[in-house]
Design a protein around this ligand. Structure first.
Ligand code: SAM
Ligand code: SF4
Ligand code: F3S
Length: 473
């Protein structure tokens, strides 16, 4: 199924996006909002939807909080620490509110959904609380809060995807953009709060996704990351034709927009990633050879308690399949240390699966009990904090060695790098990524390359987390 070629709906939506930007120059606004986002990429993408809704209602965006008439904090609940960070930030905004009467402060996102109006009790100076599926009602809620009433909407939806809204890109480098393809999650991993804060899984209209990606490409973007909590279970049924679109088909349609547009995706649940997706990745050079495949634990007993629905062996066979189909594919994982009842043996299993899967990179956390989750209801959070932290450190140490070896293997190889901008250290160096999602820094020299160009780079060395190289002629 071709999702992009001369499709009227897709073109209409792309035009809508253009018209929106040209009719909304900053200087027309007399009110400004400031938004700060926490948590996963989906939250950042949601803030861009919120920016679009607000701009259509007369609010311009500002990156200077002291200029704002409305401050929004898009929050995360995944671990307790994420919520603590937000609360700290709110105390700073509280101070601003006391010197600027009329300033409104709103909480968006997962913490708003989890705590609902309880947040108004706890955070007395918050005026607005909005859950992830209620952003279309923000203008009404702002109006209500403007009259001195507290405004709350945390209703979750079964069909909201914001598919028709052209996001306003915030803090973008103009090269890489996120595009949400679905919302919510139907998996019930026992440790995880996301199904409660984001609601049921639903897939966005495939035409609107391809139109948004095409629009970004036409605006100069060179890399798109398709976002969902579990992208492999994307499944959209066209209500007009009853034809369905799978994730592999969607991926292919986005890849076909142009060979000069790189496509990435996140996150894959190991139980759902199919051979069809892997073969689609292998077939298209512009689909990046990188899969984020969270394992959570290497112990089958833990995986069962976590309700991940796969065993250690099954997970490793999936890794082997990825490497068989795409030997150059890099793999990263999410890992949780110290989940309920975890023994030293379970912990050893996690460290050994990391070595067997040979992860290029991992995101590692210690378990943080979240109220309302299956684990909080069923199991005791019985691993002492110092044990959790010690195990986490051991896991981090294993990953450090694996990442180091992975980088060492890349020395002497030449990669195509998409230039994202100057390196952090010097404006004489470019920073970009290869298909495998590794950061590569190299001297600009006088090759005349610019941001957004693809360049062949020979890797000569590496530091912690970064490959170093030179333009290869
Ligand atoms: N949907 C993705 C998946 O299936 O892996 C990611 C969801 S979550 C936003 C990102 C990561 O946070 C998870 O993969 C898990 O490792 C971690 N996480 C979730 N809940 C956690 C908790 N209660 N304590 C510690 N880490 C947690
Ligand atoms: Fe949470 Fe599991 Fe859903 Fe990921 S797949 S968001 S870890 S419930
Ligand atoms: Fe956090 Fe919600 Fe994302 S809990 S990780 S912001 S889905």
């Amino acid at each position: 199924m071709e999702l992009y070629a001369n499709d009227t709906k897709a073109h209409d939506e792309a035009r809508q996006g253009e018209a929106f930007e040209s009719t909304s120059p900053q200087h027309h606004f007399n009110k400004f909002f400031y938004v700060e986002s926490y948590g996963c990429a989906m939250n950042f993408a949601d803030s861009e939807v919120v920016a679009s809704i607000l701009q259509n209602n007369g609010y311009g965006s500002t990156r200077d909080e002291s200029m704002a008439d409305l401050i929004l904090v898009n929050t995360c609940s995944v671990r307790e620490k994420a919520e603590q960070t937000v609360r700290k930030r709110l105390t700073e905004f509280r101070k601003l509110k006391t010197v600027k009467p009329g300033l409104l402060v709103g909480i968006l996102g997962c913490m708003a959904e989890r705590l609902k109006s309880q947040l108004l009790e706890e955070e007395k100076l918050v005026d607005i609380v909005v859950g992830p599926d209620a952003y279309r009602t923000l203008p009404d809620l702002i109006a209500e809060a403007g009259t001195g009433h507290k405004a709350v909407n945390v209703i979750l939806s079964r069909d909201e995807t914001y598919g028709d809204i052209a996001p306003v890109r915030l803090d973008s480098n103009g090269i890489s953009g996120f595009v949400s393809i679905m919302r919510g999650c139907n998996n019930m991993c026992s440790f995880c709060v996301v199904p409660f804060t984001r609601g049921r899984e639903r897939s966005r209209d495939a035409f609107s996704i391809v139109a948004e990606c095409r629009d970004l490409f036409e605006k100069g973007y060179k890399e798109i990351t398709l976002l969902g909590q579990n992208v492999d279970s994307y499944y959209w049924n066209n209500p007009e034709t009853n034809a369905s679109v799978t994730f592999a088909q969607l991926l292919e349609s986005v890849a076909k927009i142009d060979l000069g547009l790189r496509v990435r995706f996140s996150t894959s649940h190991p139980k759902d990633i199919t051979d069809e997706v892997l073969f689609t990745m292998a077939k298209h050079p512009n689909i990046c050879k990188y899969i984020h495949l969270p394992v959570q634990s290497g112990s089958t007993r833990m995986l069962q308690l976590m309700n991940r629905t796969y065993t250690r062996e099954w997970y490793l066979s999936k890794v082997a399949r990825i490497k068989e189909i795409m030997p150059d594919c890099s793999i990263s994982a999410d890992i949780i240390a110290g989940f309920c009842t975890e023994t030293e043996e379970d912990h050893q299993d996690t460290m050994s699966i990391m070595k067997e899967a040979n992860y290029d990179y991992s995101y590692m956390y210690f378990y943080s009990e979240r109220p309302g989750t299956l684990a909080a209801k069923r199991y005791k959070d019985d691993i002492p904090e110092e044990v959790k932290k010690r195990r986490l450190q051991e896991i981090v140490d294993v990953q450090w060695v694996l990442s180091n070896e992975s980088n060492k293997r890349d020395v002497g190889k030449t990669f195509e790098v998409l230039i994202e901008g100057n390196s952090k250290k010097s404006d004489q160096e470019w920073m970009g990524r290869n298909s495998q999602n590794k950061v590569i820094v190299f001297p600009k020299g006088n090759h005349g390359y610019k941001k957004g160009d693809y360049v062949q780079v020979l890797v000569t060395d590496f530091t912690k987390g970064t490959l170093l190289g030179n333009v290869s002629n």
